[in-house]
Design a protein around this ligand. Structure first.
Ligand code: SF4
Ligand code: SF4
Length: 277
């Protein structure tokens, strides 16, 4: 069977020190997110980005956006703190899309220079992944997360308000089509380049639930190593939706675990999170 090699995949790419790409060792290692990337090139209907919300814990939130030099200071301070010896990963996860911000590349290069022992990690909506992948490989980014919510452009039109691509703002199916094409191409190329690739999928009740299995099969075929189903946080234009119950997410994970290893401990962290996962 095409999917019989899950254990082998797990051995080669997971459980090697990155607490989020681990199916067993989480709780022992830590990560630090550097919030250097405020801009985004698409508009997800569930996204609300905030910059002064220290009490809120969810993706897209940071107390402030920092510069690449401030980011290096932040890593230095974190390494000198009580959990410093457990910090293994430096990641860039927003508050916008890391690839839509030049500061991401400058920061990753500086981190590699100053802290070569750290694992470099990045998350993206995937729109610019095919274009920027060679640079990420050159810098030494080893772990990447691509958020892919659907492979159907009609469903995508309900999730993304617009996609900014090559100077144009594309709406509806046209925007979703380009985004999905680039996500799949970027994922395939990243995996071929030797990166460990996680796919995040936000489960949006009544919108993308029915196609989760075929999505998992497709991303597996293209080289994804781990799948992370995230319950929708109802906000923004999707504030009227119900969050899917945790029981439902557990059921989906159980079904999809026959395709790819499932991440079950994601904390939907802030863009400036520091600590153990
Ligand atoms: Fe928000 Fe991320 Fe979507 Fe951009 S890709 S709109 S930052 S959730
Ligand atoms: Fe890890 Fe999830 Fe937090 Fe990202 S949001 S650092 S995958 S626990």
């Amino acid at each position: 069977c095409e999917y019989a090699n899950i254990a082998e995949v797990t051995d080669t790419h997971l459980n090697h020190g990155h607490p989020c790409f681990s199916t067993s060792g989480h709780g022992k290692n830590g990560r630090i997110h550097l919030a250097v990337a405020p801009e985004c090139n698409i508009s997800c209907n569930y996204c609300v980005r905030k910059f002064d919300c220290a009490n809120e814990s969810r993706p897209g939130v940071t107390s402030k956006v920092i510069t690449p030099d401030e980011a290096i200071e932040t890593v230095l301070k974190a390494k000198a703190s009580v959990i410093g010896s457990k910090l293994k990963v430096v990641g860039i996860a927003g508050p916008g899309d890391p690839l839509a911000n030049e500061a991401t590349f400058e920061t990753l290069r500086k981190v590699k220079e100053n802290f070569p022992e750290m694992i470099l990690c990045m998350s993206t909506n995937g729109l610019l992944l095919p274009e920027r992948l060679p640079e990420l490989v050159d810098i030494g980014v080893s772990h990447i997360t691509v958020t892919i919510n659907t492979l159907d452009e009609k469903v995508g039109a309900k999730i993304y308000s617009h996609v900014r691509w090559q100077g144009k703002t594309l709406k509806g199916n046209n925007g979703a089509r380009i985004l999905i094409r680039n996500q799949l191409l970027g994922l395939e190329q990243a995996s071929k380049a030797g990166m460990t690739v996680k796919v995040n999928t936000v489960v949006i009740p009544g919108v993308n639930e029915k196609l989760l299995y075929s999505l998992a099969l497709d991303v597996k075929k293209r080289g994804a190593h781990l799948h992370n189903l995230l319950p929708l946080i109802p906000q923004g234009k999707l504030a009227h939706k119900m969050a899917p119950p945790m029981e439902l997410i557990k059921n989906y994970r159980s079904v999809l675990s026959s395709v790819l290893p499932q991440m079950t401990h994601c904390q939907q962290c802030r863009a400036d999170a520091i600590g153990l996962v």
